[in-house]
Design a protein around this ligand. Structure first.
Ligand code: IMP
Length: 423
C-alpha cells in the first residue's frame, strides 16, 4: 500500500504525528518536496524529537527513509540534523538516503531570501528565510546544483564559477551586498559532498523496486495544499508542490502507483507568514487558541495566526488531492469554547462564493459565511474511543465530514501517540 499524507490547510496541521502513527506499517518513508522550512515534533515515550528535513521514520528500526528529488537540501541543515539525531541515540546507518537529483541550497539562496524579505516595499511574504524559494527558482531557471553535481568536482568548479559570478552581480548591484568568494563556497560544499556521499541514492529506482516487491511506502508531504505553488494563495505560498501529485514528480514514481491520499487538517485553521486568511479569529479567540494549541512555529518560533475551520478551503484540498479521508487534529484545543463556528461558504461583494478563489484581491475581500455549533466544554484529551467523545464533538466532526464529502478517519486529541482516536 502506497499512501501519501498531505496537509489540507496552510501547513502545521499536525502531519508529523499522523505520519508517526502510520509509519508502523510502512517500509519506506519518503519526503517529496520542501526543505528545512518544514518542522515537526514527534514525542516518543515522553522524549521530544524535532525534524526539519529527515523523515521521522528514522526513529524506527528497519525502516528506510528517503529524501526525494523534489526536496531542496541544505547540506548544513542535513548534516546538523543527522548529528542531532545521533546525539539522541538514533541509529543512522544505511537507513537514510538522499536522491542524487535533489537540488542543493547555497548560502546565496539564504541571503537572497533574507534580503527580499527585508525589503520595505510591502512585498515580503513572511518566508522561513531558509533559501527555499531562491533554490527552487534556480532549479527551474536551470542554474541550480543537484547533489550529484556536487560529487563531480570538476563540473562543480566550472559551473559554480559562472553561477557565482552572476549571483554576486545580482547581490551587489540590486542589493548592495558584498557577495561570496568562490574558494570558500567551493571548499565548504566539496566538504559537504564528502560527508553526504554515503547517503546518495537513485530514489526512483529504489522506490520502484520496493513497489514491485510489494513494500509499503509512506509519502510525507510538508507544508500544505494552500501553500502549494500552483493551488495555494499565490504569491503567499511556498515554492514547491505539497499536494498529492507532488509525491510522483518529487520521487520518481508513477501516479498509478499511489493507492491512497490522506489529508490532515486541524479542527480549526492556522497560518504562519503573510497572506489572506478569511476565517481568522478576533483577538480574544486568537489568544485562547494560540496559547492552548501552542501555535508557535518550530522552524522560526513565529506565532501562527488562528481562525475557524474553513470548509471551503478544506473542500478545495479534497478536490485537488483527491482525498478520500481526513485526519482531524487538535480537536482538544477547542474544549473550552462555548460556541464553535464553521465556515461553509464566502461572500464577496454580497455574492455567494462556494469555490476557493485564485484572485488575491477577491481572497483578501472575502466575508466568511458561518454556521454555529455549541461547544462540548469538557476535556477530551483522554478520550480514546470515538463513541466516548461528547455528543457535540461528534456532531462537529460529522459536520466537517459532511461538508467535505469524505470520511474523518482519525481524530487527534493531544500530541502523544496514545491521544489518537481511530474512527
Ligand atoms: P518558504 O517556504 O520559506 O519560502 O515560506 C513561504 C511561506 O510558506 C511562508 O508563509 C511560510 O511561513 C510558509 N511555510 C513554509 N514552511 C512551512 C511549514 O512547514 N509550516 C507552515 N508554513 C510554512
Amino acid at each position: 500500500m502506497n499512501t501519501v499524507i498531505v496537509g489540507a490547510q496552510w501547513g502545521d496541521e499536525g502531519k508529523g504525528k499522523i505520519i508517526d502513527i502510520l509509519t508502523e506499517k510502512a517500509d519506506y518513508i519518503v519526503r517529496y518536496q520542501g526543505g528545512n522550512n518544514a518542522g515537526h515534533t514527534v514525542v516518543v515515550r515522553g522524549e521530544k524529537f524535532i525534524f526539519h528535513l529527515i523523515p521521522s521514520g528514522i526513529l524506527y528500526p528497519g525502516k528506510i527513509c528517503l529524501i526525494g528529488n523534489g526536496v531542496v537540501v541544505d547540506p548544513r541543515a542535513f548534516i546538523s540534523e543527522v548529528e542531532y539525531l545521533r546525539g539522541k541515540g538514533v541509529k543512522i546507518d544505511g537507513n537514510l538516503l538522499v536522491s542524487e537529483r535533489a537540488h542543493i541550497i547555497f548560502p546565496y539562496h539564504r541571503v537572497l531570501d533574507n534580503l527580499r524579505e527585508e525589503k520595505k516595499d510591502g512585498t515580503s511574504l513572511g518566508t522561513t528565510r531558509r533559501g527555499i524559494g531562491p533554490c527552487y527558482a534556480d532549479k527551474i531557471t536551470r542554474v541550480g546544483f543537484r547533489l550529484c553535481d556536487l560529487l563531480n568536482a570538476e563540473y562543480f568548479a566550472r559551473r559554480l564559477k559562472d553561477v557565482l559570478a552572476e549571483k554576486n552581480e545580482i547581490l551587489s548591484k540590486v542589493y548592495n551586498f558584498k557577495g561570496f568568494e568562490f574558494d570558500e563556497i567551493y571548499d565548504t560544499y566539496r566538504d559537504y559532498a564528502e560527508k553526504m556521499k554515503k547517503y546518495v541514492c537513485r530514489c526512483s529506482g529504489i522506490l520502484n523496486k520496493a513497489i514491485e516487491k510489494g513494500k509499503n511506502i509512506l509519502f510525507e508531504g510538508a507544508q500544505g495544499t494552500l501553500l502549494d505553488i500552483d493551488y495555494g494563495t499565490y504569491p503567499y505560498v511556498t515554492s514547491s508542490n505539497p499536494v498529492g501529485g507532488g509525491a510522483c514528480t518529487g520521487t520518481g514514481i508513477s501516479p498509478t502507483k499511489i493507492d491512497k491520499i490522506i489529508g490532515v487538517a486541524k479542527a480549526y485553521t492556522t497560518r504562519v507568514g503573510e497572506g489572506p486568511f478569511p476565517t481568522a479569529f478576533s483577538s480574544e479567540h486568537m489568544r485562547i487558541v494560540q496559547s492552548k494549541g501552542e501555535e508557535f512555529g518550530f522552524t522560526t518560533g513565529r506565532a501562527r495566526r488562528c481562525g475557524w475551520f474553513d470548509g471551503v478551503l478544506a473542500r478545495h484540498s479534497v478536490l485537488i488531492n483527491g482525498l478520500e479521508e481526513i485526519a482531524v487534529t487538535k480537536l482538544d484545543v477547542l474544549d473550552e469554547l462555548e460556541l464553535i463556528k464553521i465556515c461553509t461558504a464566502y461572500k464577496y461583494k454580497g455574492k455567494l462564493v462556494e469555490d476557493f478563489p485564485a484572485d488575491l484581491e477577491i481572497l483578501s475581500g472575502l466575508e466568511p459565511v458561518y454556521e454555529e455549533h455549541p461547544g462540548w466544554k469538557q476535556d477530551i484529551s483522554n478520550v480514546s474511543k470515538y463513541n466516548n467523545l461528547p455528543l457535540n464533538a461528534r456532531k462537529y466532526l460529522k459536520r466537517i465530514s459532511e461538508l467535505l464529502g469524505i470520511k474523518v478517519s482519525i481524530v487527534s486529541v493531544g500530541s502523544n501517540r496514545e491521544q489518537t482516536i481511530f474512527v
